[in-house]
Structures are given as structure tokens and as C-alpha cells.
Design a protein. Structure first.
Length: 630
């Protein structure tokens, strides 16, 4: 199939070419730093600036960062903690001497967060604002100011940590006659693929993994030229820690690393120094980010031998998302670019998301627990109808701090979607198909830890289906109302006219005969009773609606039937009640008559316009009709 976006612009390939490395003199670099001291800032400060450069909206606990907005969903508190860590480290506070450990269940976006930071760090260094310079030829991309004597550093007025690495010191002494001004400086472009300022370390077989993978090793081929293991030119500074100097070092499953290597990493974090070969400790500036799961961390924390290590780690919890709207965004993000080969019906991802979220809520404490899982499902999604308020959400977070630290991962939910697609004979997956597939994955795909809660997970399938049942009826009934918005708006105007007349004890004019007539109290009550508003409360409700209309009119704004949440609910219930009988009769007919066929075609057209295909439109009509006829 032809590219739907048209031919790609090959002329843009030059934008992705490796930047040219043009050397400047050491003196020129010092002058640059005098003009712009930020050139010499450390890795933590650069990471913080890279995040902030993408934009920040809001203040305090309401901040939203453009750096993460399009890729991380539903864990805003975690994102703010990560940014605050870098903000404090950027100011030179001692927290920069800690390994940043992201702790959370499998599939909670830990790796995605680190991936975004690495890519963002690379992109920022390509901008003028993020320019970074290092000594030409240095395996550590070393800050050139490390070559300045202490008294000249003070005169420069820029904070400089560390001195030349063994390689640069050897080059300076043996090849440049100790003349610092002969050092060449170049622009450094972090690039994980080329092992420049971005490094990754993953644990392997403890019997075969050695310190060389962290700090490099002796280059035997150069021993003949330099004659000594103490000559830095005969050493390969190509370990993960060397590569990550001036940038980011990612530690995958950090707590599975054997003790010897883990201590070396923590020394690098705490002392900001590295020990390699037969050389003295030397300065390495890097952001160290590890990630692990809760089970590994609990084993690690329970071992008292690890107390010293724990003191050098700054832990940020990365739970699963707990919000319905955000969970659906996660699925859409993960499906982006995928070729399912089937249509996913509206409501399918929502039904799956509800089941997934219910698995992430910690068990209620006692039979009379205040926030049952179904209540939490509403509160986390900020659905504050009825008695619940934002204060209840704050209380919920306090009572259940471990919500999101276990449960079903988004990957497992999408596995069920894939299986549902594979076994369907029609090119569409509806919510019932997906819930059935999710139930089938409980024993085969969710893992040993979660299958212990099999009964709860199966009960959650029923809860998610119950919520879908109510929404599917509303969806079909709404589609049966031709011109729903026009009808609702007409009903709204009639309500306003009659409400005003009843409160002011006035007559209204019959639009057909022009005669004066009493307000239609039956119309008012038929709407108000749908939300259980009666008696004096009904009069107050009418005053509230009229006052809201008047207030918006004075401000030049429009008030319609959807502008007031409770009135909207009342109108929907009022209209849906009128058409429920039509839905039952029309969908139950084996051979619809022409009038029924016309109504079915009409509702199908409305469903298709709302994202349904012909298959899933027919499926939801049949499903709702069967339910209404029970």
C-alpha cells in the first residue's frame, strides 16, 4: 500500500547527520565560559534544564511538564518528584550524590521515563542553550576546566568539580609538555548509539560479569608501545561508567547486580569518583538512574548488610496509573503505529481499562472499608458526583498509599486485545469480546503473583461488564433519539420558560393559539424527579438554573442543556425513558417491518458517526436489545 503521508522529504536527512566536531583552543573555551558560565554546568543541571526547556504549566503540585506530557500518563506526582530531584541536584545540593532509583511494578513506565530522559538529554545538547564542550580525544568527554589550576578557577568565578582524568593527564604530561593551552576543545553531542555520554549497564551471569564492564580494561595491544600498565594510553576507558561521563548512566534491574559492582556504582554516585585499573580515583560527572521492581527492592531492604547502600539511594515510586482516562491514553499510545488488522469498538478499551485498574487497588481494610474498589475507580478519575469531593480523593491517597504498586500491567491487557483480535472471525473487537479475552488471560498471562487473586480478578470482570451494560444502553438509546441535541435543547428552553413562570406566578403564551396558560408543572416535575428533586428542593433547583443562565448571559456566554451537570443528567434520563420501549421492540423483532428497519438504519448511522463500524454497531444493538427484553 502506498505511503498515506506521501513521499518522505529526503532533503531533511541532513538534519539527522552526525554533527561536525570542530576543535577550538582551550583559551577560546575559557572565554566562552566567561561570557556564559552555564556552559560548565554539571549533568544534573543539564538534565533539569532539558526538562524545563520543554515548558512547564501550573505551579506547585499542579505542575505539568511538556517534556513528559505526550508519553507518560496518570502518574503526574511521580513525574513532579523526578523533576524536583533534578531541580535540587542542579542547585548543587547533596542529593546529586545519590543514585536515583525508580521503584515500581513491571510495565509501570520506569524504562520509558529513563528513555525519555536519555533522548531529551541528547536533543538538548544539540541546541545552542544546551551546548556542551569536552577535551578532544578524552574517553570521558571531560570538562576542559578540569585542567585549570585552583587559583584560576577562583578567578573565573565558576564552580568546577574534579581534575583531569588519567588519560588526559597523561596526554598533557607526555605529549603536550604540560602546556594546558595546547589542549584542544570540541563540542560534545551525547549519543547513546555511539556511546557518547549515555551509558547502560545490565546485570548478567554473576560468574562471568566483571568490573571491566563498568570501568574498562587494559589494552594488551598497546602495551608494547607504552610499556606499562600504569600508562593511561594503554588502558581502554570504555566501560559503562566511562561512556556515561558528562551524561546519564542507566542501571537496568540495579539490585540484581552483584555486590562488588554495586559498591563501585554507589561510590561513583556518592564520591563522584571512579576507580579504574592502576590509576587513582578520578572525577566523573554523571546522572545515575536505576530501576527495579518491588519484590527485588523488598528483598534488598530486608538484608541488613545493605544498609550502607540504602543510604546512597534516592527512591521514587513509579506506580501503575490509577486513572481511567489516563489508562486509555496509555493503550492508545502503545497501539500507535501497530497494525491490528481489526477495528476496536468504542468502549472496548474503556471496559478493559476498568478491569485493569480494579486489579491495582489494594484490598479494602475490613468489610466496612470506606473506599471500596468501585468507589476508588470513580475518585481516581475525579468523578465527584453525589457525596464525593476532592477531599475524599486526598483521603483515599493517604489511606491506600500502595494502590498501583501491584496488579495488571498495560502490556498484559494489550496481550488480551491481541488474542481477541486473532480469534475473531469478523474484523472488529467489541467490549464483550475483550472482557472475555481478559478473563481467559487470568491463568495464562498475568503471572504467578497475580493469579493468587484469581477470584478477585474474575469478580472484577463482572464489575467492568456491569458498568459497560449501563453505558451501552445509554449509547443505543441516545442514538435512537433523532437529533438528540436539538430535542434536548428544546426541552431545556421549555423548562426555562415554565420554571420562570412558576416562580414568578405568571402565565405563559401558547405558541400555537397565542392564549395565556398556566406553567406546565408536569413537564417541570418529569425532569426534576429523574434526579430525585421534589417539593421545596425543586423550587430551589429552578432558581439555581435561572440564576446560572442570568449570570452567564450577563457575561456574554451561552448556557445550554449540558452546562449544568445535574440538569444534563435529568434530561438524559427523561429522554431515554421515552425511547427505551422503542429500543426493546425494534431490536427484538426477528424480521423488522419497514418502520423498524428505518429506525435500525438510523441508529446504526448514528453509531457509525460516533466511531462504530457496521459489525460493532450491530453487536451493541443486539446486546442492548437482549438486555432490555430480559
Amino acid at each position: 500500500m502506498a505511503n498515506p503521508n506521501g513521499p518522505i522529504d529526503l532533503g531533511r536527512l541532513g538534519d539527522y547527520a552526525r554533527p561536525k566536531h570542530t576543535a577550538i583552543s582551550f583559551a577560546d573555551y575559557v572565554r566562552k565560559v566567561e561570557a556564559s558560565p552555564r556552559l560548565a554546568r554539571g549533568a544534573h543541571a543539564r538534565m533539569y534544564d532539558a526538562i524545563v526547556a520543554k515548558g512547564v504549566e501550573g505551579t506547585g503540585d499542579n505542575r505539568v511538564f511538556g517534556f513528559f506530557r505526550n508519553d507518560i500518563f496518570g502518574i503526574d506526582d511521580t513525574v513532579r518528584q523526578i523533576v524536583d530531584y533534578f531541580g535540587a541536584a542542579a542547585r548543587g545540593m547533596d542529593i546529586r550524590r545519590r543514585v536515583l532509583l525508580l521503584l515500581g511494578p513491571v510495565g509501570s513506565a520506569k524504562s520509558t521515563i529513563v528513555h525519555l530522559m536519555k533522548r531529551g538529554y541528547e536533543a538538548y545538547a544539540r541546541t545552542d542553550e544546551g551546548a556542551m564542550y569536552g577535551i578532544v580525544g578524552c574517553p570521558h568527554h571531560e570538562e576542559p576546566l578540569h585542567a585549570l589550576p585552583d587559583e584560576l578557577r577562583e578567578a573565573l568565578g565558576v564552580r568546577v568539580e574534579g581534575y583531569l582524568c588519567p588519560y588526559c593527564q597523561t596526554i598533557l604530561d607526555e605529549e603536550l609538555d604540560g602546556d594546558v593551552t595546547r589542549l584542544a576543545v570540541e563540542r560534545v553531542y551525547p549519543d547513546e548509539n555511539r556511546r557518547v555520554a549515555i551509558g547502560t549497564f545490565a546485570p548478567q551471569d554473576p560468574l562471568s560479569q566483571t568490573m571491566d564492564e563498568l570501568v574498562g580494561s587494559l589494552d594488551l595491544s598497546k602495551m608494547a608501545s607504552y610499556g606499562s600498565e600504569s600508562d593511561a594510553r594503554a588502558y581502554r576507558f570504555d566501560g559503562a561508567c566511562n561512556v556515561a561521563s558528562r551524561g546519564i548512566l542507566e542501571l537496568i534491574e540495579i539490585l540484581k547486580t552483584k555486590q562488588e559492582l554495586l559498591y563501585a556504582l554507589l561510590t561513583l554516585a556518592q564520591e563522584r569518583q571512579l576507580k579504574a585499573g592502576r590509576f587513582e580515583l578520578f572525577h566523573v560527572d554523571t546522572v545515575i538512574i536505576g530501576h527495579t521492581n518491588l519484590a527485588e527492592f523488598e528483598r534488598f531492604a530486608a538484608d541488613r548488610k545493605n544498609e550502607a547502600i540504602q543510604n546512597r539511594i534516592f527512591v521514587i515510586r513509579v506506580p501503575y496509573n490509577l486513572e481511567l482516562a489516563a489508562e486509555m491514553k496509555i493503550y492508545q499510545y502503545m497501539l500507535k503505529g501497530a497494525s491490528l488488522g481489526a477495528h476496536v469498538a468504542p468502549g472496548a478499551l474503556k471496559a478493559a481499562a476498568r478491569w485493569t485498574l480494579l486489579s491495582r487497588y489494594a484490598a479494602p481494610e475490613g468489610q466496612d472499608a470506606k473506599f471500596a474498589p468501585m468507589i476508588r475507580l470513580r475518585l481516581y478519575n475525579r468523578d465527584f458526583k453525589g457525596e464525593y469531593t476532592p477531599a475524599n480523593l486526598r483521603e483515599l491517597r493517604t489511606l491506600y498509599p500502595n494502590d498501583g504498586m501491584e496488579g495488571i500491567s498495560p502490556r498484559q491487557t494489550l496481550n488480551a486485545l491481541s488474542m481477541s483480535v486473532a480469534r475473531k472471525s469478523v474484523p472488529c473487537v467489541n467490549p464483550i469480546d475483550l472482557l472475555s479475552s481478559l478473563k481467559g488471560t487470568i491463568s495464562s498471562h498475568v503471572g504467578e503473583e497475580v493469579t493468587r487473586h484469581r477470584d478477585v480478578l474474575e469478580a472484577n470482570i463482572a464489575k467492568a461488564r456491569e458498568l459497560y451494560d449501563a453505558e451501552s444502553e445509554e449509547e443505543v438509546e441516545r442514538a435512537f433519539i433523532y437529533g438528540f441535541d436539538d430535542i434536548a435543547q428544546h426541552l431545556f428552553h421549555a423548562y426555562l420558560e415554565n420554571a420562570a413562570a412558576s416562580l414568578n406566578q405568571e402565565k405563559i403564551v401558547d405558541p400555537v393559539t397565542g392564549e395565556d396558560m398556566d406553567p406546565d408543572l408536569n413537564l417541570l416535575q418529569s425532569i426534576e424527579q429523574e434526579i430525585d428533586v421534589r417539593g421545596e428542593a425543586a423550587r430551589e433547583f429552578r432558581r439555581e438554573i435561572l440564576a446560572r443562565v442570568g449570570d452567564l448571559t450577563r457575561r456574554g456566554e451561552t448556557f445550554d442543556w449540558q452546562s449544568h451537570a445535574r440538569f444534563k443528567e435529568a434530561v438524559q434520563k427523561r429522554l431515554f425513558k421515552d425511547v427505551a420501549q422503542i429500543v426493546k421492540i425494534t431490536t427484538s423483532a426477528r424480521v423488522p417491518d419497514p418502520e423498524q428497519r428505518k429506525k435500525i438504519d438510523l441508529v446504526t448511522q448514528g453509531l457509525v458517526e460516533n466511531g462504530y463500524c457496521e459489525h460493532c454497531a450491530a453487536a451493541i444493538l443486539q446486546y442492548v436489545g437482549q438486555r432490555l427484553n430480559r
